[in-house]
Design a protein around this ligand. Structure first.
Ligand SMILES: [Fe+2]
Length: 438
């Protein structure tokens, strides 16, 4: 990534614009009733996300970076995600849809003036346009959240997108060996990387084997048909209690009809495609499947080594395919398609060892808890990640079809509760190399 101020300015402007195009689509394809309704207690009304996007942008780019007077200090508290859990947001005095749209538009036009005159250097928030990149990522993360709300919403489809391209190229090995040894995890040089991805540091891992693709719906159905949800042996004690208590027998949005598995996807009911990565499973379900298959989830370190380590040069790449930004040939990202591509797709995006679809398609649960890297420093605010460290969260890696490239890197870390499955989550499995040939 360039450090020339004019190119940085253009890059920041492009990232903000792309995020706004997506936000606009997600908040204008349904009517005001759907914008203000709460479609699930797990989610905010869409109109809360919309004005929250504008309020964060106002706080960071107008007030902190632009040193301007507050535009709407009266609404800061309503749109503070820590003050109000999602379930209570519908009862807040939210800006109505028309006002929310004009608020975010007003903030944005002032922000573009701030961007024009900012030196983009001289203090950590400005260096390489970090604050602008952070806010573009924040908006894209809410665009993914809003897409989850669209998936949970009942009623006819409001969004359409072309099918993912068919790009698989024949038979793949099911797993590859990642040789033991050190590798560099995290980053100290990626300008818009967030605090929890920093700093770069060395890790030493023993050899392991990892799946070349995410686990497919077909493979997951084998687990179901084999009685996986009725066999306590495969489940962690917490996972077993959870599926019993909530009577879970399949991924979220699946139902069985006439001997066939169907799923609801953005307002359309369709047969579950066997060759697509499984989606909408909790960490507990991923963990149980892996145990049933005689395997385990990869740790976060293993996932990142498989994704970034180049055994020839010994260095870690930005992405599995190299250092260039993601293009449509590399990965299924950015809500271009509203579903994952078939397992084995995107040969141009594979890692040096031949591992595919690490970036895009589905978020991948890992075995790891969400913890700080050695040398972590909270920036620019503790609530971004520090307050979540050591909590009951599991790390997800790689991003889904709903994630924009600006918020997706080989080092990017996501985290959620092990029960969550409304998110675009899947997984792949791994095993110790000591078990090879056993
Ligand atoms: Fe937020």
């Amino acid at each position: 990534m360039t450090h020339d101020p004019e190119s940085l300015r253009e890059r920041a402007a492009r990232a903000l614009l792309a995020a706004r195009d997506r936000t606009h689509l997600l908040t204008t394809c349904v009517d005001d009733h759907d914008l203000t309704a709460q479609h699930s207690p797990l989610m905010s009304p869409l109109v809360w996300d919309l004005a929250h996007i504008g309020n964060q942008e106002e706080q960071w780019l107008l007030r902190a970076v632009g040193r301007q007077n507050a535009l709407r200090p009266d609404i800061d508290s309503v749109y503070d995600a820590f003050e109000h859990p999602r379930a209570e947001r519908p009862s807040l005095p939210l800006l109505p849809p028309t006002e929310a749209h004009s608020y975010v538009t007003d903030v944005r036009s002032r922000v573009l003036d701030v961007l024009d005159s900012s030196p983009l250097r001289g203090e950590p928030l400005l260096d390489s346009g970090f604050a602008f990149g952070m806010i573009a990522q924040h908006e894209q993360q809410h665009d993914e959240t809003m897409l989850i709300t669209h998936q949970l919403r009942r009623g006819p489809a409001a969004l359409t997108a072309p099918e993912p391209p068919v790009t698989s190229d024949g038979i793949l090995p099911t797993e590859v060996l990642v040789p033991g040894g050190p590798f560099t995890m995290g980053t100290s040089t990626e300008p818009w990387a967030l605090d929890n991805e920093r700093p770069a540091h060395r890790r030493l891992l023993p050899s392991f084997l990892i799946d070349t693709t995410p686990v497919s719906n077909g493979a997951y159905q084998d687990f179901i048909e084999d009685g996986g949800y009725d066999d306590e042996r495969w489940w962690s004690p917490e996972g077993w209690n959870h599926i019993r208590e909530h009577r879970l027998h399949a991924p979220l949005f699946w139902r069985r009809e006439g001997g066939q598995w169907l799923r609801r996807r953005f307002g359309v009911t369709e047969p579950v495609p066997a060759d697509e990565p499984v989606l909408h499973v909790s960490w507990y379900e991923a963990d149980a499947y892996a145990r049933w298959a005689g395997r385990r989830l990869p740790t976060e370190e293993e996932w990142e080594k498989a994704a970034r380590h180049d055994p020839v040069t010994g260095r870690s790449r930005r992405y599995p395919w190299g250092d260039e930004d993601p293009g449509p040939m590399h990965a299924n990202l950015g809500q271009r398609h509203l579903r994952p591509a078939a397992v084995g797709s995107y040969p141009d995006g594979q890692s040096p060892l031949g591992v595919r679809q690490l970036i895009g398609d589905v978020w991948e649960w890992t075995a790891s808890d969400f913890l700080p890297y050695p040398g972590f420093a909270a920036f620019p605010y503790r609530e971004y990640s520090e307050v979540f460290f050591g909590g009951p969260y599991k790390v997800l890696r790689g991003g889904s079809f709903a994630v924009d490239p600006v918020a997706c890197r080989g080092t990017f870390r996501n985290w959620d509760l092990p029960v969550r499955r409304q998110i675009f989550s899947g997984f792949r499995t791994a095993r110790d190399a000591g078990a090879v040939g056993a």
